[in-house]
Design a protein around this ligand. Structure first.
Ligand code: GDP
Length: 834
């Protein structure tokens, strides 16, 4: 048995452990080709052979004699090649070999026992015959002697006869014995020879395997084929097992729609079978198509499984919603939103805080605006500010279920008063149940009257501390920086009162503050982590999108590995642009993330269709016809960032009265496309681009279809225009006419001039006096004027379409090959916008 164990190594290395060689060879009727061959590779294992000597002594001694070194080498090589093939079957063969070996052993023992018996019997016979002979001879001698002594002449006659008879008898007995011996010996010899021949043949067949002698090879192939058949049989058996297992009735979770492949998975059936079953019920569906629950139910029943209907929303259940234990909760920084009336200084205040605390010493303007930032107060408290002032962001976030803000800072200008948007902000904060801190801004101004603000606020049930209320109020100036620290400390104090906590040690959950489609980086979302810790590599679902965190970038523009509670980070690696207010959840697998995103997308589509903010022309038209009583100004709007888009939509929705209203048919992020134009044409709506442009096909389509495209880069201009248009009061205005487009081919650096773009004028004309905009992927990067327009070496005033020229911008260096330059002129036109 130990030999068998050794065989594996023998097969690989040879070696003197060839104990079984003689055993198997002595009777040589086995087919254990490999083992024996391997043993041969042991190369002159005389020692082994001698050691084991005995019964098959002849074989090993002949082996080395019959095999030359060269031959041995060849065999070794052949074996090495065969070894690879054999390796995987070796184990099995070994087992068989073992069994065979045991059987052989048994038979050998039997035969040996028989031989021994025979031999013993022969011996006995021989001994008996000899004894008989001896006795006879003695008897003869005695008789002779007797006769001779009694009567001398008489004994001659009977003597020869008697002697002859005795002789013959003895001879017969002897001969018989001799003959018997010879026969048996011959038999034995023959048997031995045959056995030897057989083993020799077999061996020679194997040994000469490489010499293309078919015997051994055939034997091996046969055994391999047998092996394969055996494996095949085993496989079939196993498959038969699967079939029988299929009869296990499974509970198949069935959502409202399911992809065929997933259905097959859940039933543990083959996809092909499911597709076939679908076809038989007259449904042509590929494995990647979704089928509805009713159809799926029929199929599941057909396969004999049990249907467990689950709501689609169940896919969201993988999102970790476990309540945090109190001991896991750790204090987190507060998240602050600044609200207030236009021009009361929200942006200035945010910038002042940021500049004072984050990038002290660094010139303004270079800071990274990701939609939120963190500051540390002098007392060490960390505060997270949302950098997107305005109520639209606040409400749209709230509408999406992302209550991000912990504290609202209400900015009221001390030189102004409580204004409509101030009141709105108060309402928002109250509705959200978020505590307020009043920042009375512009206190540096001589006309500032903070107490008026305080008393004004009383009318709106905001009682500040100075008026014996509980709302903290701080006098500040965004310009001089006065009171900023007090404001921050007031916020820190408020946050302490709130005892804000989160568990950093769980799957992250956060809210999208801002999202955009970035040139080069793809979709980017600023996420404020609300609970847990978001890490690089996390798989997440965010709104209708999903992804895997490719990179996290903090508010200082640095790449970070993780972001804990209340930390805002830019997240890269999303498959699409989410929307502000979307909630981000980390899930375990991509499949889960994808499933949830798909479900949400589907659900949102249905909702939109139902709500009438339809995406198809038919739905749009039907809807438009339905509300004819109110005059509507439909618009389509595309913006560079989701935040702007939402803010504009909210602003648009507020415009109008009982007779007229603005309806945003469709809005989104990115360039204006042909399909936008199609939609606009169908609804007779203008298209508004906020910091984005129509791509070339869209522009062509718009010209052809007479769809108006208007570009804006200031929200208030847009709002004012739309307002005016809606009320039919659109006054004369300055309007831009695009006179040409040029494509940047190359960028040169020219001393004294800076970067010069080598361009090809692709449309219209480039005019030096005209205004220019630099577009990158149809997003406005820069707007300004030209410093130079050159054709060859000469400064020219105009370059026609199809010609090349050199352009350099006034005060702008960031030009890249592939950028497009938009050339426009302003003219005064009468009202438009429908
Ligand atoms: P927002 O519309 O609320 O974001 O207001 P802005 O931050 O854009 O500010 C509107 C105007 O008020 C700008 O011209 C600012 O320079 C000015 N401003 C803001 N804060 C102060 C301040 O504390 N003192 C003075 N004197 N002017 C301020």
């Amino acid at each position: 048995m130990s030999d068998n164990d050794g065989k594996k190594t023998l097969g690989l290395r040879g070696g003197p452990r060839s104990g079984q060689v003689k055993q198997s060879f002595s009777h040589g009727r086995t087919k254990n080709v490999v083992v024996e061959t391997k043993r041969k590779r042991v190369v002159v294992p005389k020692a082994g052979a001698q050691n084991k000597g005995g019964a098959a002594g002849g074989d090993p001694s002949r082996r080395p004699a019959g095999i030359s070194d060269a031959e041995m080498e060849r065999r070794l090589r052949a074996l090495a090649a065969a070894k690879a093939r054999e390796a995987d079957e070796a184990a099995q063969r070994e087992a068989e070999e073992k069994a065979r070996e045991v059987e052989r052993e048994r038979r050998r023992a039997e035969i040996e026992a028989k031989d021994r018996e025979d031999r013993e019997r022969e011996e006995a016979l021989k001994a008996k015959a000899e004894a008989d002979e001896r006795a006879k001879r003695e008897a003869e001698e005695a008789a002779k002697r007797e006769r001779a002594e009694r009567n001398k002449p008489a004994p001659a006659a009977p003597t020869p006869a008697d002697a002859e008879a005795a002789e013959a008898a003895a001879a017969q007995a002897r001969g018989k014995v001799v003959k018997g011996k010879t026969d048996r010996e011959r038999d034995n010899d023959r048997r031995d020879t045959r056995a030897k021949d057989r083993t020799d043949n077999r061996r020679s067949g194997k040994l000469t395997l490489n010499q293309a002698l078919s015997g051994g090879e055939g034997g091996r192939q046969r055994s391999m084929a047998a092996m394969k058949r055996k494996q095949e049989r085993a496989r079939q058996k196993a498959m038969g097992g699967v079939e029988s297992r299929e009869k296990v009735v499974r509970d198949v979770q069935l959502p409202e729609t399911i992809v065929v492949q997933e259905l097959a998975n859940r039933m543990a059936e083959r996809v092909a079978d499911v597709v076939k079953a679908l076809m038989q019920s007259g449904i042509m569906a590929t494995q990647n198509q979704s089928i509805d629950a009713d159809t799926a139910e029929l199929i599941i029943e057909e396969f004999g499984h049990k249907v467990v209907r689950v709501s689609d929303a169940d896919v969201e259940q993988v999102i970790d919603t476990v309540e945090d234990k109190a001991q896991d909760l750790k204090a987190r920084p507060p998240v602050i939103t600044i609200m207030g009336h236009v021009d009361h200084g929200k942006t200035s205040l945010l910038d002042a805080i940021r500049n004072a605390k984050v990038v002290a010493g660094e010139a303004g303007g270079i800071t990274q605006h990701i939609g939120a930032y963190q500051v540390t107060t002098d007392s060490g408290a960390v505060l997270s500010f949302l950098d997107t002032p305005g109520h639209a962001a606040f409400t749209s976030m709230r509408a999406r279920g992302a209550q991000v803000t912990d504290i609202v800072v209400l900015v009221v200008a001390a030189d102004d008063a409580v204004m409509p948007q101030t009141i709105e902000a108060i309402h928002h904060a109250k509705a959200a149940g978020v505590p307020m801190i009043v920042a009375i801004n512009k206190c540096d101004k001589p006309s500032a009257n903070p107490d008026k603000v305080r008393t004004d606020l009383l009318q709106h049930e905001v009682i500040v501390e100075k008026m014996s209320g509980d709302v903290q109020d701080v006098e500040v100036s965004a310009i001089t920086g006065k009171g900023l620290d007090e404001l921050l400390e007031a916020i820190a104090l408020q946050s302490e009162i709130l005892e804000l906590k989160a568990n950093p040690d769980r799957a992250a959950q956060g809210a999208v503050i801002e999202a955009k489609l970035d040139v080069g980086r793809g979709p980017v979302a600023t996420v404020l982590v609300q609970n847990g810790t978001l890490r690089r590599g996390d798989i997440f679902v965010v709104g209708e999108q999903w992804g895997k965190v490719r990179a996290l970038i903090d508010d200082k523009g640095d790449r970070v590995e993780e972001a804990g509670p209340s930390v805002p980070v830019e997240v890269l690696g999303i498959n699409g642009t989410p929307e502000a207010g979307d909630v981000l959840n980390v899930v375990e697998t991509e499949a889960q993330a994808r499933e949830i995103a798909e479900y949400r997308e589907h659900a949102a589509k249905d909702k939109r269709a139902a709500a009438g903010a339809a995406t198809t022309l038919d739905q749009l038209l039907a809807k438009a016809k339905a509300d004819e009583s109110v005059a509507e100004l439909p618009i389509l709007m595309k913006a560079d960032v989701q935040g702007s888009a939402e803010a504009i939509v909210q602003a648009m929705e507020k415009i109008g009265n009982d007779e007229v209203r603005v309806r945003v048919l469709h809005y989104g992020v990115g360039a204006i496309t042909e399909s936008d134009i199609g939609l606009a044409e169908a609804s007779n709506a203008p298209v508004i681009g906020f910091n984005v442009r129509a791509n070339a096909p869209a522009r062509a389509a718009a010209n052809q279809k007479g769809v108006e495209i208007r570009y804006y880069s200031v929200i208030y201009d847009l709002v004012d225009d739309v307002k005016a248009a809606a009320s039919g009061l659109l006054s004369n205005e300055i309007r831009e006419n695009f006179i040409g487009y040029a494509q940047i081919k190359e960028v040169f650096k020219v001393s004294n001039v800076g970067k010069v773009a080598g361009c090809l004028v692709t449309e219209g004309v480039a005019r030096r006096s005209a205004g220019v905009r630099l577009l990158r992927d149809n997003v406005v990067i820069h707007e300004g004027t030209l410093k130079t327009l050159k054709r060859f070496k000469d400064e020219v005033s105009e370059v026609q379409s199809g010609q090349e020229c050199g352009m350099a911008f006034e005060n702008h260096e960031d030009v890249r090959p592939g950028d497009v330059i938009e050339i426009f002129e302003r003219e005064e036109v009468e009202r438009s916008l429908n």
